[in-house]
Write a protein that binds this ligand. Structure first.
Ligand SMILES: C[S@@+](CC[C@H](N)C(=O)[O-])C[C@H]1O[C@@H](n2cnc3c(N)ncnc32)[C@H](O)[C@@H]1O
Length: 181
């Protein structure tokens, strides 16, 4: 996993302790973190689901990852309720998208489930905005600009009743939140 996860949050130790049945990765690009999660899946026996607006990289097509090509906030609602035990969010780093992702994700997270967000320091009170989606869906520039909060601020507000269990400044920052009991 990336330095913000391995060194910063020690997510491998978290995964070893949590022993999740299903891990969801949202935002994977060319699968750099996915490959590392696949090794962890082999060691710890979890099912790995990845959502990204890009197609699955060729070398990952015949592996155990279940790659869903689509938009996070449209694909997360299709997952079973309380079926996800560990989740990594790393999409386009803005308050509008992450608010939609959190809203859709909350009912999908199981008991003691953990959600980890990347880039929380670099985009704490600002927002990342991509030019376009890799798929045909039009990019919501105006909606994104309409939310005045920064990415990190929105996460803190939307998850104010969850516990922030770990935070790091390594490699643009990351935060881990645990679902309330
Ligand atoms: C920062 S990259 C992910 C990097 C990856 N986590 C890693 O560590 O290698 C963000 C990815 O999320 C995708 N993305 C952005 N917004 C998305 C959305 N709403 N739904 C699905 N994928 C999205 C981008 O196209 C890109 O592939």
């Amino acid at each position: 996993m990336r330095a913000h996860y391995t060194i910063g949050l020690k997510t491998h130790l978290m995964l070893q302790a949590a022993r999740p049945e299903v891990v969801l990765e949202v935002g994977a690009q060319n699968g750099g973190n996915t490959r590392q999660l696949l090794s962890a899946a082999e060691e710890l026996g979890f099912r790995l689901i990845t959502i990204d607006d890009n197609p699955c990289p060729k070398d990952l097509v015949d592996t155990e990852v279940e790659w869903i090509e689509g938009l996070s906030f449209l694909e997360i609602p299709k997952l079973e309720d309380e079926s996800i035990h560990f989740c990594f969010i790393d999409t386009d780093h803005n308050s509008w998208t992450v608010t939609k992702e959190i809203k859709e994700l909350k009912p999908k997270i199981g008991k003691d489930g953990v959600v980890i967000f990347h880039d929380t320091s670099v985009y704490h009170n600002t927002n990342g905005i991509s030019g376009a989606y890799a798929c045909s869906y039009s990019y919501p520039h105006e909606d994104i600009k309409s939310d005045p909060r920064g990415y990190g601020e929105a996460i803190e507000e939307e998850l104010s009743n969850w516990s922030c269990i770990a935070t790091t400044e390594v490699s643009c920052g990351a935060q881990a939140y645990r679902r309330p009991a």
